[in-house]
Ligand binder design. Structure first.
Ligand code: SF4
Length: 239
């Protein structure tokens, strides 16, 4: 058994709104219970596009559309979205020469909190000025990107997932959040230390709230059910 098997899984969705998710679903995910595979299909597009974006800049270069071949195994609807998202990626980042700084780990164990952070962490690059850059890609995100990027749970989650890398660079950080369906992007640079402190405080508060909610979880039917990986075994829905 790995150390991470003993840690509770925490994702961006859990942190975005610890009070919003059905408590039963939250508890099953937090306890690392296995969900149905179908709940993960929607991540195919982001995974393929981010892989192409990393490969586009393995050496100092700019991304071009030729770096984003449409996956042949995609359904027609997925191919159309992939093509549109690729165009926006090149539109937004096409003049940004940079080098990919490798991929992030599958998860970030936080043993002191008893959790393991799981989920996309953004893409790492080193700009042609030598600055570390994180690109966080969204696909019609739930809400418009706030002008103060670091209020966004997506950005805070990415900072926590990349914390070791950010600290290892020891320099100011460039963060870009781009929505590849809406076609909008925001960029900010900052000194990372105060931000990392705030992100860790936010994480501890959210985890405390999650632990309170999973003590005696009750099913709460609603929009959450549509994407719930446990729906086939949920007595509340399937009765
Ligand atoms: S199917 Fe709905 S009610 Fe049942 S666990 Fe999932 S989200 Fe909760």
């Amino acid at each position: 058994m790995h150390l991470t098997d003993e840690l509770s899984k925490v994702t961006l969705a859990h942190l975005r709104d610890p009070d919003g998710r059905c408590a039963l679903r939250l508890s099953k995910e937090f306890e690392n219970q296995r969900a149905s595979v179908s709940a993960n299909i929607r991540f195919r597009l982001s995974g393929r596009l981010e892989e192409s974006a990393s490969l586009a800049q393995t050496s100092l270069d700019s991304p071009r559309l030729s770096h984003f071949p449409t996956p042949r195994d995609f359904l027609p609807e997925e191919r159309a979205v992939f093509a549109a998202a690729s165009r926006w990626y090149v539109e937004i980042f096409g003049d940004r020469r940079a080098t990919s700084a490798g991929t992030y780990d599958f998860s970030t164990p936080r043993s002191e909190l008893g959790i393991n952070l799981v989920g996309g962490a953004g893409l790492r690059f080193i700009t042609d000025d030598g600055l570390p850059e994180i690109r966080i890609l969204q696909y019609a995100g739930r809400s418009a990107i706030p002008e103060s990027l670091f209020d966004a749970p997506e950005v805070r989650f990415s900072m926590l997932r990349n914390e070791a890398w950010i600290r290892s660079t020891g320099s100011p950080l460039l963060v870009t959040v781009a929505d590849l369906i809406r076609g909008e992007a925001f960029v900010q640079s900052l000194s990372p230390e105060p931000l990392l402190t705030a992100c860790n405080d936010w994480l501890a508060t959210c985890v405390e709230r999650i632990r309170e909610r999973v003590i005696d979880p009750k099913p709460e039917m609603g929009t959450d059910c549509a994407w719930c990986g446990f729906i086939s075994s949920c007595d509340a829905v399937m009765k």
